[in-house]
Design a protein around this ligand. Sequence first.
Ligand SMILES: NC(=O)c1ccc[n+]([C@@H]2O[C@H](COP(=O)([O-])OP(=O)(O)OC[C@H]3O[C@@H](n4cnc5c(N)ncnc54)[C@H](OP(=O)(O)O)[C@@H]3O)[C@@H](O)[C@H]2O)c1
Length: 97
Amino acid sequence: MEPLKAVADIGFTGRLATRYVVEHCATDLKWAVAGRSHAKLVALVEETKQLNVNREPVDVVIADSNDLEALSLLARATNVVVSFAGPFAKYSLIILY
Ligand SMILES: NC(=O)c1ccc[n+]([C@@H]2O[C@H](COP(=O)([O-])OP(=O)(O)OC[C@H]3O[C@@H](n4cnc5c(N)ncnc54)[C@H](OP(=O)(O)O)[C@@H]3O)[C@@H](O)[C@H]2O)c1
């Protein structure tokens, strides 16, 4: 994986996972990146879109882990949520069905 210049202070693990999906997952996969900072998410999308020009830019969803309503909306809009918000000790206890 070629190193990319970071354009924002994006979470380390979430950034790696986003890069992996952009590079390796099927281009018809319906997915989005979520977080609490719109600016950081947009920067992440900008940074990673050059990794696979055949993929449409990914959607951005605003959801703070402390906002249960936003998390609930996020969970209802998809089948799978993979969280890289950290530290895990702080954010791993909330499970939404
Ligand atoms: N780094 C590793 O090699 C590694 C390996 C295995 C597991 N982990 C675990 O993965 C987790 C993240 O590690 P990291 O190194 O990627 O940390 P990091 O670079 O500090 O990233 C943390 C991420 O969590 C987000 N976040 C924090 N509070 C949030 C909230 N209330 N709502 C939404 N997003 C929130 C941050 O978003 P903002 O940018 O908005 O602050 C940031 O994107 C940790 O629990 C760590 O133990 C890390």
